[in-house]
Every structure is written in structure tokens, then in C-alpha cells.
Design a protein around this ligand. Structure first.
Ligand code: AMP
Length: 462
């Protein structure tokens, strides 16, 4: 008897879970599955990476299978609403894996792809529809879908829905759903506005929580690098060149920022690709698949685009730009250390980011340690103190003179990676004479900076 068996999970699903390599339920699965099988409404406070997809998908499918009811054309028996296309796609893949041995129909409707195949899929009636709010409403307005036979409604990542401004769509969708239904509501954080939203959707719910609100995954080693803008790019390159940094997800605040940063890394022979909301669904999927299959080591993403990224072996999350909302910090770092693995999250903190850092630390209830082993000085300025001019922790750090780019101290402190070598070469030659900076230096006086026309560094905060 497996542990899933003890929770009441039926044989076909036990087999599917085993095939996915899940031998033991995660805490959210253990806590949520029996209640969902019982038909209860559920409020799940669960971070990303905790196994919440199986926690709701398996009992939902089992309930649908037990009633053996066939949906009428254009009707859906269950609806799973997600904030992003990637997450919708991920959930759909999971559902299809669980329903492989059953005759259940699942489809996914998201924006950015043509309507006709989505209309056709809905025509026959579905057991499970996974959707993003905008496209779902479009299809409903075009008479492509109705909810008359809806039995179960799942709202996933509710906090992100609100962050993305989907509140009006959610309210519209809520009015379309039958009152008699089972509702499962998941959120990684539970600020008062999410609780209000949950109250509107749920009836007498059971609350399950895998962690106190906004605590961060224990197995993530979190570090902070205090630095100035000019030092961000050289530090990023150094981190990416390290052997242990096998699979890195780098966060920027803006779509343009992610595209530019990926382009700059590529120009410096560091293979990287960006994923952001301005790309077509097909492009995003292609990039994501490459990253998942390990054919791409570095992915640069915005908060929104990263939502659906479900990759188990991300070794490093690098917050190149500080998040602009404290909850996003939790979401970002939750991308590493998934499925019981460990991971590292490094956050670049500019002097103007320190307020946000304090807020993040308050939210997670602990102080994030400073990163050791790197020496970065901002630009051509004489550092007054190491701390006020950037980040200095390397034992061999020289603090005595003005520097261009990452400089010697940076190369030494940062290890022996090939980028460390380049960084060194870009600032001084053997005789100590300044040489023209190479494009790869990324330093404050380098060509890259000149090309972007910036005076304060590569990425401007918006
Ligand atoms: P989720 O929070 O649903 O996105 O799942 C996070 C990761 O954990 C996914 O990569 C799943 O494949 C994995 N996972 C989910 N449930 C289990 C389980 N019971 N045992 C091992 N891995 C799991």
C-alpha cells in the first residue's frame, strides 16, 4: 500500500503518480487530498514548488471520474484558472499525465495563440479546462464555452492574479459559475485582499497551509550582494561562470531589461535566452523547453513570465533587479530548491533597493546573509569604504585605488572562471597600463556601457 493509497487516491492515479516518480505525498498533498476527495471547498496556502498541482489535480480528476458523467458540447466539468500561459501549460501537461489511463478530456485555453483550435477542443465538451482569465472570457463572449455543468473550480496562484490586475476578470468569471460547485483556492501569500477574494469564492472552506505566510523554502541558501549598478553585470557574469551555477534563472524587472541582458550575455559568449510577455507563446515554450532539457543554462526572465516555470533542477536564482513587490521575492526564490532539492538565491541590492530589502526580510522573518568572496567596486570612484561603494568581502580585496570595471580584485575574488580572466584582461595590462576595455568586460567604462548610452550602468530601473 502506498502513502497515496492511504489518502484515498484511486489505483489509476497511484500508477500515474508512481510513473512521475512521486512515491511519497508532499505535505500539501497529504493535507489537501482527503478534503478535496470529500468534496470540501479548500483554501490552500502553498508556495510554488510544494507539489500543489498534484494536490488539487489528482483528487479533482478522481471525483470527476467517479461520477462518470459526460460533459455536453461546449460545457466544462471543471475549470482551472491560472495567471500565466506557462503555468496553464504546465498544469495541462500534469493533468494529461494523470488522465492517460482514463477517458477524460482536457484542454488548455490561453492568449497569444489562435482561437479556432481552442473552439474545436471545447466543442466536444471537456472534463477539465485549464485557462487564463482573458482568453476564457473571450471564448465565453463568443459563445465558445459555458459553465452550466461546472462541478469544480480551481483558482491557482490567486496572489499573482491580483498582482497582474486580473481582479475585474475574476469577478466577471465568478458571476458566470454555478453557485453549487466545489472551489479550490490556492495562493502563495495571504494578504487581506486575497482573503477577501477567497471569501467571495469559497463556502465554508477547509484551510490547509504548508508553511506560515511568506516564509521562504528552507532549503534555499539566500545571499545578498550589496553593490552599485555598474557592478551588477560583471558580478552576474562571474556567478554564471562558476561551476556550481549549472542552471540559473536570472530575474529582471522589465521585459526590455530581460531581452537586453540576455543579448548582452550572448555578446560576451555566455549563452542565455530571455523569456517575457512580449514573446509569442510558441517562442516562450521553445525557450522554456530548452531550459528544461538542460540545453540552455541561463534563462533571463521577468516575474510574470517565470510564473509557470516548473524546472526541478534550477541551481541558482539570481535577482539581477530587486523585485518591486515583497511577495515576488518569495515567488522568485521558490523557483530553486524544488522537489526537495537545495538551491541558492542571490539578490543584487543597489543602495536604493535597501528599503525593499528590509521589507523582504520583514516578510520572510529573517535577515539575508551577505555574499562572500566577491569584490566589486562601482566605477571610477575611489571607494570611501568598501561597504558604501559596493560589495567587498574577498580576502584579497584591494581597496586603495580607483578601478575600471571589475578589476583585479574582482577577478581574484570571483574565482578562476573564464569570465574572471576576461574581466581582468579588460582593465589593466601587465605593466599596469590601462587598456581599452573589451566588450566582454561589461565594466562601467566598457564598450557595452557606451553602447547602451548609460551613465549609471547597463540596466536602468523603471
Ligand atoms: P508544484 O508545486 O505542483 O509546481 O510541484 C513542484 C515540483 O515538485 C514539481 O516539479 C513536481 O514534479 C514535484 N512533485 C510534486 N509532487 C511530488 C511528490 N509527491 N514527490 C516528488 N516530487 C513531487
Amino acid at each position: 500500500m502506498t502513502d497515496f493509497d492511504k489518502l484515498g487516491v484511486a489505483k489509476p492515479f497511484q500508477i500515474a503518480l508512481k510513473a512521475k516518480g512521486y512515491s511519497q505525498p508532499t505535505p500539501i498533498q497529504e493535507n489537501a487530498i482527503p478534503y478535496i476527495l470529500d468534496g470540501k471547498d479548500l483554501l490552500g496556502l502553498a508556495q510554488t514548488g510544494t507539489g500543489k498541482t498534484a494536490a488539487f489535480a489528482v483528487p479533482l480528476l478522481q471525483r470527476l471520474l467517479e461520477s462518470r458523467f459526460r460533459a455536453a458540447p461546449k460545457s466544462v466539468r471543471s475549470l482551472i484558472l491560472t495567471p500565466t500561459r506557462e503555468l496553464a501549460d504546465q498544469i495541462t501537461k500534469n493533468i494529461k499525465a494523470y488522465t492517460g489511463r482514463t477517458k477524460m478530456y482536457t484542454s488548455c485555453v490561453v492568449g497569444g495563440v489562435p482561437f479556432p483550435p481552442q473552439f474545436r477542443a471545447l466543442q466536444r465538451g471537456l472534463d477539465v479546462l485549464v485557462a487564463t482569465p482573458g482568453r476564457l472570457l473571450d471564448l465565453h463572449r463568443k459563445n465558445g464555452v459555458n459553465f452550466d455543468e461546472l462541478e469544480v473550480f480551481v483558482l491557482d496562484e490567486a496572489d499573482q492574479m491580483l498582482d497582474l490586475g486580473f481582479i475585474a476578470e475574476l469577478e466577471e468569471i465568478a458571476c458566470l459559475l454555478p453557485k453549487k460547485r466545489q472551489t479550490l483556492f490556492f495562493s502563495a501569500t495571504m494578504p487581506p485582499e486575497i482573503r477577501d477574494l477567497a471569501d467571495r469564492f469559497l463556502t465554508d472552506p477547509v484551510e490547509v497551509s504548508t508553511a506560515p505566510p511568506a516564509t521562504t523554502v528552507e532549503t534555499v541558501t539566500q545571499k545578498i550582494a550589496h553593490l552599485e549598478n555598474d557592478a551588477k553585470y560583471p558580478l552576474l557574469k562571474e556567478l554564471l561562470s562558476k561551476e556550481e551555477c549549472e542552471h540559473a534563472l536570472v530575474f529582471t524587472l522589465t521585459k526590455k531589461g530581460s531581452a537586453r541582458l540576455a543579448a548582452r550575455l550572448n555578446a560576451d559568449d555566455v549563452p542565455a535566452e530571455a523569456i517575457h510577455g512580449d514573446m509569442s507563446q510558441a517562442e516562450r515554450q521553445k525557450t522554456l523547453d530548452k531550459f528544461k532539457r538542460g540545453k540552455l543554462n541561463t534563462l533571463v526572465a521577468t516575474d510574470v513570465a517565470a510564473r509557470g516555470i516548473d524546472v526541478d533542477d534550477i541551481s541558482h536564482v539570481i535577482n539581477y533587479d530587486m523585485p518591486n513587490a515583497t511577495e515576488n521575492y518569495v515567488h522568485r526564490i521558490g523557483r530553486t530548491a524544488r522537489a526537495g532539492k537545495s538551491g541558492t538565491a542571490i539578490t543584487f541590492c543597489l543602495p536604493e533597493d535597501r528599503g525593499m530589502l528590509r521589507a523582504v526580510q520583514k516578510l520572510i522573518g529573517k535577515k539575508i546573509e551577505e555574499m562572500e568572496g566577491f569584490t566589486f567596486f562601482p566605477s571610477d570612484r575611489e571607494p570611501k569604504t568598501a561597504r558604501s561603494n559596493g560589495y567587498t568581502a574577498g580576502k584579497k580585496a584591494k581597496t586603495s585605488g580607483p578601478r575600471k570595471g571589475p578589476g583585479k580584485g574582482a577577478a581574484k575574488g570571483a574565482g578562476k572562471g573564464k569570465f574572471a580572466q576576461k574581466a581582468k584582461a579588460s582593465s589593466t595590462d601587465k605593466s599596469g597600463k590601462k587598456t581599452p576595455p573589451r566588450r566582454s568586460s561589461g565594466g562601467p567604462s566598457g564598450n557595452a556601457r557606451a553602447q547602451t548610452g548609460g551613465t549609471t550602468g547597463y540596466l536602468k530601473r523603471k
